[in-house]
Design a binder for this molecule. Structure first.
Ligand code: MG
Length: 248
């Protein structure tokens, strides 16, 4: 059962997620060769705190930072560090907030300087796959319609959808039911209702879909074959006519 949020709760979801969207828009100007992922994380943390929100990732399951910053073959959950970004890399930044008791969550993949056409295509297809799936997010539809649309779009472009990590319901907790896979069968899964809040987040690998979790830090999730990976995430609320994106 997916929680149906009241109008006043959705208004609070809008506020928490607006801060996420603003933080992601703000960070883009700082992404360039020579910057460390820790510097980017500090800017994001300051931004969230200045907005009166709390960075929800910090301390979540022991995660040490306000944002997840994942370079090239790192799919998600990269830990900000003294790692210096280099020309030609791609960097995925995932941000979460809590504001007045409600959660925001969103992610983007950015280019560091000039990147290869193939990496640009990976970023573009990942973002586009979100919007392909979004066409099927609407009251009365089944969640599998979204999952199937994302997978079909990604695979038609020769890339693969990560299976081990999925999107999620979101609200008073960052992770609520249901799980939202970016692959699956049309017509399967729970039926959507107006007021459901979901974090939809395609994670797309240039190579195979398998991933490995770093055994030393327990967080960093990498493409097993070492090929680049991209991430695009927005929190949305289901409506009778479609969906409202809260993190743009
Ligand atoms: Mg998420």
């Amino acid at each position: 059962m997916i929680v149906v949020r009241r109008a006043d709760e959705i208004e609070k979801m809008r506020a928490a997620n607006r801060i996420v969207g603003d933080a992601l828009r703000n960070i883009e100007q700082y992404i360039r060769p020579g910057v460390t992922t820790l510097e980017l994380n500090s800017i994001i943390e300051d931004f969230i705190l200045s907005a009166g929100a709390v960075p929800s990732f910090k301390g979540y399951g022991g995660f040490p930072a306000a944002s997840c910053i994942s370079v090239d073959e790192v799919v998600v959950h990269g830990i900000p560090s003294l790692r210096v970004l280099k020309e030609g890399e791609i960097v995925s930044i995932d941000v979460g907030t809590v504001f007045r008791g409600y959660n925001g969550d969103g992610a983007r993949t950015f280019a560091v300087g000039s990147i290869s056409p193939e990496k640009q295509r990976l970023i573009d297809v990942t973002r586009e796959s979100f919007f392909e799936g979004l066409k099927y997010i609407k009251a009365g539809r089944r969640l599998g319609d979204y999952s199937h649309a994302v997978q079909a779009y990604v695979e038609s472009h020769g890339f693969s959808v990560v299976r081990a990590m999925v999107g999620h319901g979101i609200g008073r907790a960052m992770h609520e039911d249901p799980e939202v896979p970016n692959y699956g069968r049309a017509g399967s899964g729970p039926m959507l209702r107006a007021g459901n809040c979901l974090a939809l987040e395609p994670m797309v690998n240039m190579g195979g879909f398998s991933v490995i979790i770093d055994s030393h830090d327990g967080w960093t999730c990498r493409a097993a074959d070492g090929n680049p990976s991209a991430h695009y995430e927005n929190t949305v609320v289901v409506t009778d006519t479609g969906a409202e994106i809260l993190t743009l």
